[in-house]
Design a protein. Structure first.
Ligand SMILES: Nc1ncnc2c1ncn2[C@@H]1O[C@H](COP(=O)(O)OP(=O)(O)OP(=O)(O)O)[C@@H](O)[C@H]1O
Ligand SMILES: [Mg+2]
Length: 215
């Protein structure tokens, strides 16, 4: 089991719990679509799995290691070595070129692998765009760079929060296909948040978040 979420409860200061009792597992190489109404806590859950935020009770276990005892340094190490995130808003660094954006995370993690980056650049159709800056790219192109940056560390787990939410249908299909094929090639697992039943139907499994629980 790569990821195990057990009875997780999460509330923000002063508020009622957003997640009441969430349990979910994900095997290595599996893809899972997380759906749910706006405000149901999908991004919150993704942030917990990404070790970006703590939870009130329950446990999240990644690759056999429970997250709750981890300090900030150990959480950062998880994000450098084991998991990566792709967001709806791409979040590229505007002052870096495509090539620099692609390699920045792997480089900072001390896991620079030029051959793998070259492979990703080709696979993502970014060869001719390498020297451009993000502001001169279309949304679909920016998201392809963001996927390459996330995959550059060869994560065991890719987390994606509505990665096609800002794209038109054609670009969205391209981005989803690329993400699924890269994940399959590297035997990574994918936890993807989406509002689209069409996208959800392309993944191995589906989970629906409602009332703070997985249905
Ligand atoms: N940092 C925060 N502080 C307080 N409340 C928050 C915080 N982040 C999110 N919330 C609240 O938690 C609930 C769940 O938010 P979350 O962003 O996880 O929903 P979501 O399912 O991702 O929604 P959407 O589909 O619109 O992206 C919402 O009521 C939101 O207002
Ligand atoms: Mg969200």
């Amino acid at each position: 089991m790569l990821l195990s979420i057990e009875h997780v409860r999460k509330s923000y200061p002063g508020g009622r719990p957003v997640l009441n009792d969430v349990s979910l597992t994900l095997e290595q190489g599996q893809t899972l679509a997380l759906t749910g109404e706006s405000g149901s806590g999908k991004s919150t859950l993704l942030h917990l799995v990404a070790a970006l935020d703590g939870f009130d009770s329950g446990e999240i276990t990644l690759d056999g290691g429970p997250m709750s005892p981890l300090d900030d340094a150990a959480r950062a190490a998880l994000r450098r070595n084991t998991l990566s995130l792709v967001f709806q808003q791409f979040n590229l660094i505007p002052s870096l070129t495509v090539a620099q954006n692609l390699s920045i995370h792997a480089r900072l993690a001390g896991r620079d692998n030029p051959e793998w980056i070259t492979h990703l650049t080709e696979r993502l159709g970014l060869i001719d765009l390498q020297d451009r800056y993000p502001e001169n790219l279309s949304g679909g192109q920016q998201q392809r760079v963001a996927i390459g940056r996330a995959m550059a560390i060869r994560p065991r787990l890719l987390l994606a929060d509505e990665p096609t939410g800002n794209l038109d249908e054609t670009a969205s299909a391209v981005v989803l296909d690329l993400m699924l094929s890269l994940v399959a090639d590297t035997d990574a697992a994918l936890l993807l948040v989406t509002h689209s039943t069409e996208i959800a139907s392309r993944l191995d499994r589906r989970a629906h978040l409602t009332g703070g629980c997985i249905e």
